[in-house]
Design a protein. Structure first.
Ligand code: B1M
Length: 211
């Protein structure tokens, strides 16, 4: 039998093998992959962030927790994508230029996939031009921008501006998120929507394209 508490503990302690084993068990028990993300990985990484803020964790602990999360995602992604239904829409997702944080973005990608969207994840430190190339190639309806640093908020703004100057702004909806991002900041840079967390990003994507 799998145990969601053991999964959370394995991620928080950076036990990648334990996290993968527990995920396999939970999936075999019939647990929904989306619930696994929202009830397992999401709170575990929030706990890792809290431990870091309280100086109980330092960078090495963060990195091993992030690695455990990545291994779990490798297992979950094909499961999340396996709904068989026609995708609701295509989302190009990435962390903006200069920013290397990807744990929250990966959760957003997983939840969007679980919510029936096709996701092209461009990774971290993504320059505006790379988003534009992906939008053109995939004919995507939505671009999702993540930022975790106050110092990379200007890169988020710049990315939206470049969408305008390159003539693709009218073809896409832009959604933004990340710890320093707020609804009012999103409005101030001309984004179409802001989501506070990964679950909200699915509701937002549905609303943005009327899916
Ligand atoms: Co960094 N880091 N970090 N870090 N790091 C923060 C963000 C920080 C707040 C820590 C602190 O000082 N308290 C601070 C930023 C301060 C600021 O800007 N005001 C900080 C700093 C300063 C730095 C460095 C500069 C440190 C240094 O080198 N001196 C450096 C920068 C590197 C760079 O990016 N250029 C750095 C590096 C790192 C690590 C590499 C060690 C590691 C990242 C590993 C990785 O991502 N692969 C790391 C981590 C892990 C953190 C903390 C501890 C945790 C972030 C996280 O993963 N949270 C963070 C402190 C904290 O948050 N308590 C911190 C869990 C995750 C699930 O939440 O990412 O917020 P979050 O995502 C949420 C929502 O925000 C939302 O949904 C997610 C799930 O619910 N969301 C979206 C996110 N993107 C979205 C997009 C959407 C919608 C919703 O639509 C598209």
């Amino acid at each position: 039998m799998g145990d969601i508490v053991r999964l959370r503990e394995a991620i928080v302690t950076g036990d990648a093998e334990g996290a993968v084993t527990e995920t396999r068990r939970l999936l075999a028990d019939g647990m929904d992959a989306v619930c696994l993300v929202s009830e397992g990985i999401s709170p575990a990484m929030a706990e890792v962030g809290r431990l870091f803020d309280e100086c109980e964790y330092f960078v090495p602990e963060l990195l091993i927790a992030a690695r455990a999360t990545k291994e779990v995602f490798q297992l979950l992604r094909p499961v999340l994508a396996q709904t068989g239904a026609k995708p609701k829409g295509h989302v190009i997702l990435g962390t903006v230029q200069g920013d290397l944080h990807d744990i929250g973005k990966n959760l957003v990608a997983a939840m969007l996939e679980g919510g029936g969207f096709e996701v092209t994840d461009l990774g971290v430190d993504v320059p505006p031009q790379k988003f534009i190339e992906a939008v053109r190639e995939k004919r995507a309806e939505i671009v999702g921008l993540s930022a975790l640093l106050t110092t990379t908020l200007p890169a988020m703004k710049n990315t939206v501006e470049v969408f305008g100057s390159e003539g693709i702004r009218d073809q896409i909806k832009v959604m933004v998120g990340g710890a320093p991002v707020t609804k009012s900041y999103a409005e101030s840079i001309g984004a179409d929507g802001y989501a506070e967390n990964a679950a909200a990003s699915v509701q937002l994507a549905v609303r943005l394209i009327g899916a």
